[in-house]
Design a protein. Structure first.
Lengths: 254, 271
């Protein structure tokens, strides 16, 4: 695709902005900013990838992955304002997920150990883990609020936070995994996944593209489960304070 | 009957200038209290002093919103004292391991929440948490006036009155040294009230356990308690032997409360 062709795609942004102006959605600014950011970020990444792939050296690949990891941690931990130390818990969760899944992919020689494979697959794993971690923190707090009477009953019976919070942990892990499971279920029926579409447009054999897509989807399932469990286990007891009271119960003090 | 419990002696509970406050606006409760942050507190309970002896049954009476329930929640650390201290067996509540304190000092809420599972699961919950031998759920149910066969029913289908009775059985199953009771007969008919009162008083006699009993029913307070505390607007307005408090109220406010609340339909905490 040439740059001139690419320039024409600005028309799509214009359509969205016209709708925004017409309906007074007041989203023109956001639309313009996101369009520019998206284009700049991707172009920069494209050139960086070109350099990294050309060098084909491990330190650069590792650096790229670390960068993705940091941005993902920063983004997901914003969801956990009520969870003290959310950022390091999310960092552990996403980090462990990347190490385990990527370790299996490379260790079992499922994909070759070259930047062309490691970086894009890491991007998908870390991106998915980021969404799952954010969702988990959000659900954990919402569930604790919804079940506060039951939690207080457990506490009054002398349950430790690990025992009183178990139901909340289970519900939050479940809720954070459902989107990944559902999208895996309907994949191919509702939408063709981005990576597969990309490969097919670029001229790859559809069967080959499908194989890679299955690999990715299975990896993402494992990634979601590892992230949700790790962040959940590290976070759920911090819903309680040192006196084993529900933290927000104390802050609100009804 | 319950097998004799290793710590069957009743707990002693002592209040030393204890208070409980809520934030009146935004902010961090502890920081506002310590003066590290601006903001104001609204006191639910102020300057509570007093001692509940092991094995004693104390009735706590007062109008709705006077701080009776708050007083109970200070004793098992579901609420941290905002001022002063509360001691259980002469150990400050904050120095206890919370789970152990709450095992020893059981609480029955006015509108009890049933845990998922059957009635039996509810009754066995605390013994399982603490690794105690499992109680005879059927016998406990009969004690509180329910059919033993109810043990295998799902707990979420129970009526308000049945919940109150199961919650009492659940609290007794944790072999407490003290019972904190918050309007535990409010959803029961006259017959149910008698059965539950008898079950609580029998438990107290058998184990020597301590009872703190919040009630809006002054007749009940006179029936069950040795000592009565009257809570008015967050302060203890009267404290003493039940008959003495009722016979000669120490102040005009207490006298007015006792007189007013005894008329039917007044001073009731109907939920």
């Amino acid at each position: 695709m040439s740059l001139v062709t690419l320039a024409w795609t600005v028309a799509f942004i214009v359509i969205a902005m016209v709708i925004s102006l017409w309906q007074k959605l007041n989203l023109e600014r956001d639309l313009a900013i996101s369009a520019i950011r998206c284009a700049v970020q991707l172009l920069v990444v494209g050139y960086i990838l070109k350099v990294v792939f050309g060098l084909s050296r491990w330190p650069f690949t590792t650096l790229m992955v670390m960068l993705m990891w940091s941005v993902a941690v920063w983004n997901a931990s914003r969801r956990g304002r009520a969870v003290p130390g959310a950022w390091w818990k999310v960092a552990c969760g996403i980090g462990l997920t990347e190490v385990v899944t990527q370790g299996l992919l490379l260790g079992l020689r499922i994909v070759p150990a070259t930047p062309q494979y490691v970086i894009p697959i890491s991007g998908m794993i870390i991106g998915n883990a980021m969404v799952v971690a954010g969702l988990l923190l959000d659900r954990l707090q919402a569930q604790a609020r919804a079940q506060r009477d039951e939690i207080r009953t457990w506490l009054a019976l002398g349950a430790r936070p690990t025992q009183a919070g178990r139901g909340v942990l289970r519900a939050a892990v479940r809720a954070s995994l459902i989107p990944t499971i559902d999208s895996t279920k309907t994949t191919g029926l509702v939408q063709l996944p981005g990576m597969m579409t990309g490969q097919i447009i670029a001229g790859a054999d559809p069967i080959q593209a499908v194989r890679y897509q299955v690999l990715i989807l299975f990896t993402l399932l494992a990634a979601a489960a590892i992230t949700a469990m790790t962040v959940g286990l590290l976070s759920y007891t911090s819903l309680f304070n040192a006196y084993e009271q529900l933290r927000f119960d104390v802050e609100l003090h009804r | 009957m319950q097998p004799p419990s290793p710590d069957s002696r009743g707990a002693a509970i002592r209040f030393d200038h204890a208070g409980a406050a809520v934030l009146a606006g935004e902010g961090n409760h502890d920081k506002v209290r310590n003066g590290e942050e601006g903001g104001s507190l609204r006191w639910l309970l102020r300057d509570v002093n007093g001692r509940v002896e092991p094995g004693q049954c104390v009735a706590i009476i007062g109008p709705s919103g006077s701080g009776k329930s708050t007083l109970l929640s200070l004793c098992n650390l579901l609420r941290t004292p905002s001022a002063g201290h509360v001691f259980v067996d002469e150990v400050e509540v904050r120095a206890w391991r919370p789970s152990e304190l709450r095992r020893r000092v059981a609480m029955v809420f006015q509108q009890p929440v049933m845990l998922p599972g059957t009635v039996r699961d509810n009754i066995e919950a605390a013994p399982r948490l603490h690794g105690l031998p499992l109680p005879d759920a059927r016998e406990l149910l009969e004690r509180v006036g329910l059919f033993a066969s109810m043990a295998e029913q799902p707990a979420d289908g129970l009526s308000g009155g049945q919940r109150q009775r199961v919650a009492l059985a659940r609290a007794l199953a944790q072999r407490p040294a003290a019972l904190l009771l918050d309007e535990v007969t409010s959803a029961l008919d006259a017959d149910g009230v008698r059965t539950v009162e008898a079950a609580i008083l029998a438990w107290r006699r058998e184990t020597g356990g301590t009872v703190m009993w919040v009630t809006h029913d002054l007749v009940q307070a006179r029936r069950v308690s040795h000592v009565t505390w009257v809570v008015l607007e967050g302060r203890i307005a009267a404290q003493g032997e039940t008959e003495k408090v009722f016979a000669s109220p120490p102040s005009e406010a207490v006298r007015a409360f006792l007189a007013g609340a005894q008329r039917p339909g007044q001073g009731e905490d109907t939920p």
